[in-house]
Design a protein around this ligand. Structure first.
Ligand SMILES: *Cc1c(COP(=O)(O)O)cnc(C)c1O
Length: 368
């Protein structure tokens, strides 16, 4: 009898960390020895290095991706009574951050090929109360930034990008996060650039916005002991910054590896019953997730699980259908997102995933 095939988890971060072990151990030991743990030299250096990597003038590190969105909205002046048009198909934090800022999320349907915010739908949702547009570069694929920028310019709206899944992704050669007034990143450990705890970042080309963000993240204080605004405690710590500085040096190679894995999957799945993700030729997708569509998702998940292969559903329902946002009335009709929510299935993709693993995962999906 042959031994059972090894299991393939949805995500294994130890593979990536094993490669960087010596570098990570060294910088962590340095921080421990330094006695500086909050807003020290590593945060400062990381902000400089990540701003340069992304091609932004300023970078402000904060405690999470959710805080990055919340504080960016606040710093941009979005608040009570304002409407923010956003995608109905994302992680919940895209929408809760809008609520934290005191504004009202207005959810619109997505583009059926990229699953990103549909600029047509955004245009139709603009009202006199609209203050901002908040696209997400879902799964690591850049949204239609040119058209969104044009709409925002035309209507005088703030444009804030949720780049939690798109670190290093580009469109027309330009990094996501640098198209709008602010770009918001998450360093949650599973993201393409992930720390060993929570973390986030806002990039902007506006020194004024950056200054306001530095104040908001630090108790509303610019000058020690002087507080003239309700601020927050939302800082990246030195340990995370030190880890992220190491990983920033490798993120391009890790993203390339994700793209190679994705291309391999897409080749193998060409004749299968599932639909491989569409790659918009105008952008470089960094495959935070590799997401297929399956008309028999339960069957596909069953076969993967039986074979010890991990998979996940991101996301199983549009955000406005979550009880938190659904309210009392009938659920809004979002035909594209509802179909994607029923059919989407994310497959294992991460640096260190081997080609034999990719072949085995694909094999389970090729036969019905
Ligand atoms: C992860 C994520 C966030 C939130 O980031 P945290 O660091 O977990 O707060 C926001 N938006 C999207 C699209 C995400 O994937």
């Amino acid at each position: 009898m042959s031994s059972p095939a090894k299991s393939i988890p949805m995500l294994d971060l130890t593979l990536q960390h094993r490669r960087l072990r010596a570098e990570l151990d060294a910088v962590i030991a340095e921080v421990v020895a330094s006695g500086r743990y909050i807003l020290g030299p590593n945060v400062e250096a990381f902000e400089r290095e990540v701003a340069e990597f992304l091609g932004a003038r300023e970078a402000v590190a904060v405690a999470s991706g959710t805080d990055a969105l919340h504080l960016a909205l606040r710093a941009a002046g979005v608040g009570d009574g304002d409407e923010v048009i956003t995608t109905c198909f994302s992680f919940i934090a895209t929408a809760t951050a809008i609520r934290f800022a005191g504004a009202q999320p207005v959810f619109v349907d997505i583009d059926p090929s990229t699953y990103n915010l549909d600029p047509e739908a955004v245009q139709q949702a603009i009202t006199p109360a609209t203050r901002a547009v908040l696209p997400v570069h879902l799964y690591g694929q850049p949204a239609h930034m040119g058209r969104l920028q044009a709409l925002c310019n035309q209507h005088g709206l703030v444009l804030i990008e949720d780049c939690a899944q798109s670190f290093g992704a580009t469109r027309g050669g330009q990094m996501t996060g640098t198209f709008g007034d602010a770009g918001c990143f998450s360093f949650f450990p599973t993201k393409n650039l992930g720390g060993m705890g929570d973390g986030g970042l806002v990039v902007t080309n506006s020194p004024k916005l950056a200054r306001h963000l530095r104040k908001l993240r630090n108790h509303g204080s610019e000058l020690s002991g002087f507080h003239d605004e309700l601020g927050y405690n939302s800082r990246l710590d030195e340990l995370q910054a030190a880890v992220l500085r190491v990983k920033l040096l490798h993120v391009q190679a890790f993203n390339d590896e994700r793209r190679t894995i994705a291309a391999h999957y897409t080749r193998l799945l060409a004749q299968s019953a599932v639909t491989a993700p569409f790659e918009d030729p105008e952008g470089v997708h960094v495959y935070h997730q590799y997401t297929v569509l399956s008309e028999d998702r339960d069957g596909a998940m069953g076969r993967l699980q039986e074979a010890g292969v991990g998979c996940a559903i991101h996301y199983g329902r549009p955000i406005p259908h979550q009880p938190l946002f659904a309210g009392e009335g009938p659920l809004p009709s979002l035909p594209v997102a509802e179909r994607i929510a029923r059919q989407c299935l994310c497959l294992p993709i991460y640096p260190g995933l081997e080609s034999g693993d990719i072949a085995r995962v694909a094999q389970l999906l090729v036969h019905r």
